[in-house]
Design a protein around this ligand. Structure first.
Ligand code: ATP
Ligand code: MG
Length: 670
């Protein structure tokens, strides 16, 4: 045993080893990004098997994506525990439930046949039709996501309207109507021609019910599986937790790992509450905290700590400071550009330099908030002939809405709907052609509709850019230019630079990360900021901050955050750098500004926006302008204590912070 023990503990620190060696029973590893959580659970499985505590087939490890499950199987195999890796089941919740249900169905339900529902949107569309709601593609998709959210949250149709209000759901229609669609959809599924139809969430519901209601099934199952492991436990939904509880029954042989600060899937019903309550649920749990960050340089770790250090709310209460273990590297850099094509070209140039310097393209990622942002970066990389792949999505020109838009333009051109318009006129006409496809003036409600809207808008912006460059551009040339771009794009490659949304980047790491488009309205995304009629969604804003944290912590060594003040060259520079970067960007950090306004140190400093005296508090060591909250929000609070620590400069209090237009201008002492 000692041989296998030393192998399964090789390359682990004492806390990681403690989690690996913890006795069977409830174990919870609570730790930040890059601390080796995934490594630790994989080793724990290997250890339990190698030490003979459990047979490989008795282990069920669940993760949230098929890819992560595959990666875990690979890691187990490569741990050199023979065929063991192959026999341990590492699956998503759904895949595990599907397998079990196939086996248990006759015993629990009997002869009634069932099938996986493979035309979900059609079923939701039929249900919407019955209720008298629109059945266009986007509405149906948004209705389907709402139903998924409700089922994952264990909310039935009757309770949907009140739950939707409580959780700030972005319902595609009147919540009462959505509830009716939900009820109709559930009813439709019970009377399929070939028996019952089950959607993915039904797989989980029926699995839990089978174990809860049939002692024989429960006994057989519990005899088969004895040890459960869950990665990314902060993303478990109440429905998945119910399945997990059903799997466990009275037993408690469960290892979970997670980081509440990486909760970024609340919109699907995921909640960190089960992670945060774990030691209350299992009072004798072994709880291990990991603080050493093995992934990133201390410079990246320090920025990550500061990003998440500003978080608020219950999740933020679980804050863990990461301590970087790697050798020092370059400081993360921040870059502001006039417009998006300039930002994209600069990022492509920097990527080219990294590749020339020996960083493999596959070790570089460009991360953004929404998929519609990929266009400019795909174009810039194509220009430099740098291979790339878009992760978890299609390239810009492959997206359904973009293909539809181009074909609508082609048809309009053939029908001569677009006369010989050039320049700005062309843009107006393009807008008119795209309007029926979903290009409204204001951002629509519903995630699908928003995504489509963002892609169409990106296409219009691209037209604006091309029309600016060539004022004689007509519709034929525009279509030629668009198809040339679409064709020039590289075919999918595996070893290229990764372009990915922040959501799709979770759990992964690269040597170099370019986090782009860090502007207010994109990160945080516009719809959480609210408007005149609705206030800001504070919980939504916090989730956006965690997305930034996830992005920053993907970088091993090189990290650049960038933003553009306008979309197009020469466009209105109306954008603002992401509020989450306040106080983090060196140019406006207190250290470089302290010498700025001499006068301010004598008289009480005045806000440059509203002219009123600034407020500073000795007690909290925070300074802000409280007179013009529209310009200065809480995210701009500057922690003077932190500043003192960093600059090792003594500051006499009270001290005041001078803001102008969301930018920190100076710290002044009195
Ligand atoms: P995330 O929260 O992003 O999912 P994680 O906590 O799961 O991160 P891992 O992916 O397991 O972290 O590990 C991060 C990196 O650190 C990996 O490259 C891993 O191989 C490495 N690593 C983990 N533990 C150690 C260790 N004790 N010594 C050296 N490297 C380690
Ligand atoms: Mg992990």
């Amino acid at each position: 045993e000692s041989g296998s023990r030393s192998r399964t503990l090789e390359g682990l620190d004492p806390q990681q080893s403690a989690a690996v060696l913890a006795p069977r029973g409830p174990v919870c590893v609570l730790a930040g990004a890059g601390t080796g959580k995934t490594r630790t659970i994989t080793r724990r499985i290997a250890h339990l098997v190698a030490a003979g505590h459990v047979a490989p087939g008795q282990v069920l490890a669940v993760t949230f994506t098929a890819r992560a499950a595959g990666e875990m199987r690979g890691r187990l195999r490569s741990l050199g525990i023979g065929e063991t890796g192959a026999a341990v089941q590492a699956r998503t919740f759904h895949a595990a439930a599907l397998r079990q249900l196939r086996y248990f169905w006759p015993q629990v339900v009997g002869d009634t046949p069932w099938q996986l529902l493979d035309r979900k949107f059609q079923a939701v569309g039929n249900a919407a039709n019955r209720v008298g709601l629109a059945t266009d593609r986007d509405t149906v998709r948004d209705l389907a996501s709402e139903i998924e959210w409700a089922k994952a949250s264990l909310v039935g149709p009757e309770d949907y309207p009140s739950a939707a209000a409580r959780f700030h759901r972005d319902s595609p229609d009147d919540p009462e109507k959505v509830a009716q669609v939900y009820a109709a959809y559930e009813q439709l599924k019970t009377r399929g021609e070939d028996g019952m139809l089950l959607d993915f969430d039904d797989l989980l519901l029926h699995t839990a019910a089978a174990l809860e209601n049939s002692p024989a099934v429960a006994e057989e199952f519990r005899d088969r599986y004895r040890c459960f492991v869950v990665d990314e436990y902060q993303d478990v939904t109440p429905l998945q937790q119910r399945v997990l509880d059903a799997w466990l029954g009275e037993r408690d042989d469960l290892t979970v790992v997670g980081d509440a600060n990486q909760t970024i899937y609340s919109f699907t019903g995921a909640t960190p509450k089960f992670l945060l309550d774990f030691s209350r649920t299992y009072p004798d749990a072994t709880v291990v905290r990991l603080e050493r960050d093995y992934r990133s340089t201390p410079e990246v770790v320090s920025l990550a700590n500061r990003v998440i250090g500003a978080a608020r709310g219950r999740i933020a209460g679980t804050r863990l400071q990461l301590v970087g273990q790697r050798a020092s590297g370059p400081e993360p850099s921040f870059a502001e550009y006039d417009d998006e094509p300039t930002e994209a070209a600069a990022v492509a140039r920097a990527i080219e330099r990294l590749i020339a310097g020996g960083v493999p393209a596959a070790e570089i990622a460009v991360l953004y908030r929404i998929n519609a942002q990929s266009e400019a970066f795909e174009e810039a990389l194509t220009q430099r002939e740098i291979p790339y792949q878009v992760r978890g999505g299609e390239g810009f020109f492959q997206r359904t809405e973009v293909r539809q838009a181009i074909s609508a333009l082609q048809q309009a051109a053939r029908r001569d709907d677009l006369p010989d318009a050039v320049g700005t006129e062309l843009v107006t006409l393009v807008r008119a052609v795209l309007a029926p496809l979903g290009l409204s003036d204001t951002e629509p409600a519903g995630a699908q509709a928003r995504e489509r809207w963002a892609s169409l808008r990106a296409l219009v912006e691209l037209t604006v850019e091309l029309a600016d460059r060539d004022t004689t551009l007509g519709v034929a040339e525009l279509l030629r230019e668009l198809s040339a771009r679409a064709e020039a794009r590289h075919p999918p490659v595996v070893q290229g630079v990764t372009l990915a949304s922040l959501h799709a980047a979770k759990g992964l790491e690269w040597d170099a990360v370019f986090l782009v488009g860090a502007v207010d309205g994109t990160l945080p995304i516009a719809h959480v900021l609210g408007d005149a009629s609705s206030g800001p969604d504070e919980a939504g804003i916090e989730e956006e901050r965690r997305l930034l944290y996830v992005g920053v912590t993907r970088a091993r060594e090189h990290l650049q955050l960038s933003w553009a003040l306008a979309r197009n060259p020469g466009g209105r520079r109306g954008r603002r750098r992401s509020r989450f970067l306040a106080g983090l960007v060196p140019e406006d950090s207190p250290a470089s500004l302290v010498a700025a306004p001499k006068k301010a140190s004598r008289s009480r400093p005045r806000c440059r926006v509203c002219g009123k005296a600034l407020i500073g508090s000795t007690a909290t060591m925070l300074g802000r302008c409280e007179s013009c909250p529209s310009n200065v929000d809480d995210a701009l609070l500057v922690d003077l204590k932190e500043w003192r620590r960093e600059t090792s400069r003594e500051l006499k209090v009270p001290a005041y912070v001078v803001f102008s237009d969301n930018t920190l201008l100076a710290i002044a002492e009195q």
